[in-house]
Design a protein around this ligand. Structure first.
Ligand SMILES: [Zn+2]
Length: 284
């Protein structure tokens, strides 16, 4: 009797829980509103604050957090940036130098996604702030999603200026089956809640991400418009970007923050990251 009931329950569970049972992951949340997750996509060991117009004292902790961001919206899921390559997990820093900076990675992006019930195939939209190596490390895993791309960045990624070390991690995007080229500020779900803001300068097609949340309020994720909190506080621009479009993009975002009563998250700023709620927790 006991066994029959047990068997019936197992069969029933198989019938009513297909999504969780098939993937072996926690059940995918279906929030009524917008949710924003901060995913651990690695750390960059760096000590070159002068490249960002700062002294070591001004910068404080000179290492960089390197998060990815996931937006869960009733109409789909957006992944913003893919971080440092999962292949670096557990390897010593000296093996993983990118120039004079080292990669430190404890967890995979696919693992971070799995913690919240998401597989790469469930990602509706892929967007990257830009194509530098620390933001495209796992991009190929999402080549089946619809990539919201900017032509200027696309040309930068696949033209002669492409970073040869990073290219193998995003090469599948060149001929991805679903590319949507976007211009200006792009409203992803057509309801004003998730907007890709055009902020060129750090790279030709650099963009930031605005997310409007019911409880948290508006958030702009900077991408590499800023790296250190001190750049914003002290009004410093990286020397190599002073003659370009970064100052205008920063003014645009600062105006946007004021107009929308939004806060700025600088993903690379380790002082912000230390206090951020990380996945599987979320902001809503
Ligand atoms: Zn970066």
């Amino acid at each position: 009797m006991f066994h029959r009931i047990g068997l019936a329950l197992i069969l029933l569970a198989g019938l009513v829980l297909p999504a969780a049972a098939q993937t072996g992951l926690p059940a995918l949340p279906h929030p009524a509103g917008v949710r924003l997750y901060v995913l651990d996509c690695g750390t960059i060991i760096s000590n070159l604050p002068e490249n960002f117009g700062l002294t070591k004292d001004e910068a404080g902790n000179t290492n960089f957090s390197d998060p990815c961001f996931l937006v869960m919206h009733p109409k789909g899921i957006l992944l913003f940036d893919t971080g440092l390559p999962d292949s670096h997990v557990g390897r010593p820093i000296y093996e993983d130098m990118m120039g004079r900076e080292g990669i430190l990675k404890f967890t995979t992006l696919t693992g971070e996604l799995a913690n919240i019930g998401v597989t790469p195939a469930m990602i509706t939209w892929l967007a990257i702030s830009h194509s530098h190596w620390d933001h495209v490390g796992n991009a190929d895993a999402f080549a089946g999603s619809t990539w919201l791309a900017r032509k200027a960045e696309y040309d930068f990624m696949f033209g002669p200026s492409a970073n040869k070390q990073a290219l193998p991690n995003y090469s599948a995007l060149e001929h991805a089956p679903h590319i949507r080229f976007i211009d200006g500020d792009y409203d992803v779900f057509d309801d004003g809640s998730v907007v890709l803001l055009s902020t060129p300068g750090h790279s030709p097609g650099h963009q930031s991400l605005y997310v409007k949340l019911a409880h948290t309020g508006g958030v702009v994720i900077s991408g590499d418009l800023y790296h250190y909190s001190a750049e914003r506080r002290l009004g410093r621009v990286p020397p190599r970007e002073q003659g370009g479009l970064t100052p205008a993009s920063r003014r645009k975002v600062e105006d946007f923050l004021k107009a929308n009563h939004a806060q700025l998250w600088i993903g690379h700023a380790i002082d912000w990251y230390a206090t951020a709620i990380k996945a599987p927790g979320w902001y809503d």
